[in-house]
Design a protein around this ligand. Structure first.
Ligand code: IPD
Length: 287
């Protein structure tokens, strides 16, 4: 089961949360206000469908600069280039635009994700978010959580506490998932999905892992699973979901990592984890 990591001395999750909210809102405004009519594809990563836009880099540069101003000794790691080590035990893990393909196409399901984490985000199982904010600049939703202080969804200046939905069983669960960018991974994910689909109410592929986790937290989906996520995709949403009462693990019940993330209220989480384990055993390894 997931375990707590000690906070470095003098670190207050609510103070980190305030910083996360400030910088995430600034980046969210930037990606909307300065979105070019014709988005340039600055570079490609694992395949041509993994679009890295100029705005991804601009958003990350803003987050990096502002966090360096506000917490100069912390580490910084993001999806794009430009990380740095720190000396405080806190690292900021950011996704400057999660849901890049939605952003490219103008679909309103993308977000800026900012988390402060303890431990080493480069080592699976060795880190934990302590403050996190996910901002959808189009809907205006601000999902926020600090370790031990619960999770909220803010809209129009009002923040409401979040509580995960209590879907009774997997067959009644609306389940979100996502797919990687590489063809081989997608083929494996498709085979696993074919096993899971008959066992759930329905499937949603919304296109932003950070928002998928926040939707588990606010009960607009009952569960979410995905293989292949990186720390920046999941760091803030992981905390929002767990602070709202969800369980977020890998298939073995340990911390979520690249191998799998499974999120949901306690009963659905257990049933989905079991269903995925059977599916993965049946489908076999990815290669
Ligand atoms: C992606 C999104 C997507 C998920 C992919 C992620 P990006 O992040 O979160 O929903 O299915 O696995 O890579 O590339 O838009 O930051």
């Amino acid at each position: 089961m997931t375990r707590a990591l000690p906070l470095p001395e003098g670190v207050a999750p609510l103070e980190l949360l305030a910083i996360a909210r400030t910088v995430a809102l600034e980046a969210a405004a930037l990606i909307v206000d300065e979105r070019p009519g014709d988005l340039g594809v600055a570079e490609t990563k694992s395949s041509r469908t993994d679009v890295v836009t100029v705005m991804d880099q601009a958003s990350q540069d803003l987050l990096s600069r502002r966090i360096a101003e506000l917490r100069p000794d912390d580490g910084f790691a993001g999806e794009e280039r430009g990380g740095r080590p720190g000396s405080t035990g806190i690292t900021w893990v950011v996704d400057p635009i999660d849901g890049t393909v939605n952003y490219l196409y103008g679909l309103a399901a993308y977000a800026v994700s900012v988390a402060a984490v303890v431990g080493d985000p480069g080592r699976p199982g060795a880190w934990r978010p302590v403050a996190g904010v996910v901002v959808n600049p189009v809907s205006g939703e601000i999902f926020a959580a600090a370790a031990g202080h619960g999770a909220t969804r803010g809209e129009g200046g009002i923040a409401r506490p979040l509580r995960v939905a209590g879907a009774g069983s997997l067959d009644l669960a609306l389940c979100a998932t996502g797919f990687g960018y590489g063809a081989r991974r997608r083929a494996w994910q498709g085979a696993v999905l074919a096993e899971v689909l008959p066992q759930v109410r329905d499937i949603r592929r919304l296109g932003s892992a950070a928002l998928d986790l926040c939707r588990v937290a606010d009960g607009t989906v009952d569960a979410y699973y995905e293989r292949g996520l990186n720390p920046w995709d999941l760091a803030a949403g992981w905390l929002v979901a767990t602070e709202a009462g969800a369980l977020v693990t890998d298939l073995a019940g340990d911390d979520p990592d690249e191998s799998m993330l499974v999120a949901g209220g306690p009963r659905v989480h257990g049933e989905l984890r079991a269903a995925l384990t059977r599916a993965v055993d049946g489908v076999g390894p990815e290669d």
